[in-house]
Structure formats: structure tokens, C-alpha cells
Design a protein around this ligand. Sequence first.
Ligand SMILES: Nc1ncnc2c1ncn2[C@@H]1O[C@H](COP(=O)(O)OP(=O)(O)OP(=O)(O)O)[C@@H](O)[C@H]1O
Ligand SMILES: [Mg+2]
Length: 427
Amino acid sequence: MATDTILSIDFGTSNSLVGAHHEGRRYEALPIDPMAADPTMMRTLLFFPHPDLCYYGSEAISQYIEQDMEGRLFRSFKSHLPNKNYLGTMLNNRILTLESLVGVFLLELKKRAEKILNTKIEKAVIGKPARYSMDSVADGFALHRMQKAAAFAGFKDVQFVPEPLAAAFDYRRSLKSEKIVLIGDFGGGTSDFTVIRLRPEGFKKEDVLAIDGCPLAGDALDSVFMSHRLSDYFGAKSRYRLPMGSNVLTMPLAVTQRLNHPAHIVHLKEKETYEFIREVKKCSLTQKDADAVERLFVLIEDQQIFPFFESIEKTKRALSQEPQTEFKFNYPGLELTEPFTIAQFIEWSSQTKEKIFSALDRCLETAGLKTEDVDLVCLTGGTAKVPFIQNELETRFGKNRLQTQSHFHSVLSGLTESANFWSQGVL
Ligand SMILES: Nc1ncnc2c1ncn2[C@@H]1O[C@H](COP(=O)(O)OP(=O)(O)OP(=O)(O)O)[C@@H](O)[C@H]1O
Ligand SMILES: [Mg+2]
């Protein structure tokens, strides 16, 4: 029998967390991924060795390795939600829609929580970014898809709460006096902001002064390593001449844009694109051009896309600690060592950073506030650890107003609080 249990789900582009309001009490992050370094945080990953079997989170990675990387591994699929042209993918001869891909993942989260709490669950509070997309139609479409995915997972009653607002609920719990707070959630797929009047005694809808954001964050930062340096190694600048043609052409944007982004690169596997790359290789201008395209084939065919972007992410994280580091990849045929400096990373990321901070500026503007009106800036999300993000915030708000101690559980904690409100009939 269904109980009044309400699940809280922070479905993240990179990591997902689950809490609950159950039998009148609050359950903080549940251990949904026992094999993970932090069992309360599951990597948002799906691995299908074949269409009838799927592994999740850390098991997706271990099985992917164990099964010699044969099969399909999906990451960052949350980012596709606002994309009308992305319907889903083919798994052998079966169509897997994006809604069912997300739904399968949510269903697994639900099943694991049901097992831990020993109850059937049909209600959930699920986080949503401030904006899935800058286009409001696409944004609405993304939410509609999430509703379908939640229904697929068997949830009968779902409330969506903006992720930055959820983080604000969490910060309110530690507040002693009323403050105007800017919350910045810098995640994997989106950067989300809210300006809110936080009062220890409670929360009113009018306290939310603005919510805004943009679909650029950690994945976009990973992609600059590829677009500015590593993609050449995979033929991004390879030249070719089609049979009977006289023009020398370069690898088209449709291919390089996919190659450069962790959420899009898997689509190089799609038949048409793959066939096209094969043509480019055949028609390469020089051996050097052909060699680079050949490495792109090795990357795709030998299932090295995921490990390659994992290495890029590792490099990015290292640059949060030290001014320079070395990117290393050792797969036969793809051996690569490349030094990177923080100065390069900053330069290459400048446009992304600008867009992220203009979303923050817009948020303040909508709230009718200036930077000096903000009492406190609270940061959450993994990308808040990037030094140039923190420096930019420091320049705007000063060190004293910045609460840099970012942790991964704020959004979840606030969603669980929303679940609690809901159970009392006030959401
Ligand atoms: N030390 C670090 N330095 C730089 N980036 C980091 C660090 N630690 C984590 N990240 C980045 O943080 C991102 C993941 O953060 P988080 O778990 O908050 O995202 P998410 O909630 O899954 O995504 P979203 O909220 O956008 O859907 C990844 O892009 C990861 O590379
Ligand atoms: Mg998040």
C-alpha cells in the first residue's frame, strides 16, 4: 500500500541525490549508491551492456570496464531535455526516448529508496534548474519531458522546485537573522541563481526576489580543453577533398561541436555522422590529416570517449588545486601527454564565465538590487570550486560576504524541506 512518503530527488547533470520525508520524519541523503566513495551521491550514469540490462552510477562505470566497454554508456543526458531535435537514441534496433532514459534512471532511484525505506513511494519533489534553456519555449518543453520521465518512473504526484531555491531553504536553516542572500549553484550542466530574503522564522513566496540561470557550467568548462587544444588531435582541423571536388574542406562544425562537448560527443556514433567521418578519412588531404581522423575512430570504436572526458575532468579539477598540470591518456593509439596551465584555462573559459555571470547580474537586476545590497553569497555545486569563479565572486562581493564552503547536499536538503512543507499541505 502507498504511504504518504515523499521522495526528494536532486537529479543532477553529473550527480544525483535522494532524500525523503517518511513517517513524519526527515531522511537526509539516502545511501543510494553503496559502491560509491560517497554512497549518498550517485553519478548520473547509465550503462546498457545490451538493451535489456542497465547499470547505474558507480556500477555503470565498473561494469563498463568489466565488459570491455562494449555497450552504451550515457552521461549528462539531463542537458538534452530542452533540445527538441534530440528525441533519444537507438539501442541496437530499439528506440530509447530521452524521456524513458531519464525515466529509467528516476525509476532506479525510486526503487533503491523504496528498498531502504521499505515502503512504496508515489510522490516526489524533484529539482529543476532555474533555466534548462535560455529559450522559454525550450525550457517549458524540458520540464514537460521531466514530467513524462517522472510518470514513467511510476510517480503519480510530483512537484518541481527550482534547484537554487531549494539550496536557499537549506541555508535558511543555519541563519540567525534576516538577510538578503544570493545563492549560486554552479553544477555540471547549469549555473543557477536566486536572490532571496531569508528569515530564520519562516518562508513566504514574496521573499523570493528573483531566480535566474544559464545552461553552462562544469561540462562547458570541460569542453574548452577539447575545443582549444585536444580536438586537433582527433582531426578537428583535418582537411579533405571530396572525389571530383576541387575545394579543400575542413572537418565541419557539426562534427567538431559534438566532439568538443561531453554531453554531445556520444552522438558521433550515430550512423550518418559516423559514415560521414569515414568519408572524410578516405578523402583526407595528407597522411597527417588521415592519422588524426583515424584517432577519432579509435576514440569512438574502442569506447574511449567516456574515459577521455574523465581525464579532461581530472585535469580541470587539478587546476583548482595547482597552477599547472599535465593531461595524460595512455590508450594504445591514443597516447597523449599535454601540459595545461590555469592561465590557459581562464583565457579559454572567458566567454563561458561571462555568460554565467551575466545570468547572475540579470538575477540581481530582476530583484531590483545592486551587489552592495546583498548581505551574503552562498555557493553550492562542484563548479563553485573553480578558482576563477570564486575570484569573480570575490571581486563583486568581497571576501567577507562570500560563503565559499560549498557542499553537494544543499539542493537535496532544501528539496527534502519542500517535501516536508508538502506533507503539511503548504507547498
Ligand atoms: N574540485 C573541483 N574543481 C572544479 N570542478 C569541479 C570540482 N569538483 C567537482 N567539479 C565539477 O562540478 C560538476 C558537478 O557538480 P554538481 O554535482 O554540483 O553538478 P550537478 O548537480 O550534477 O549538475 P546540475 O546541477 O548542473 O544539473 C562537474 O562538472 C565537476 O567536474
Ligand atoms: Mg545540481
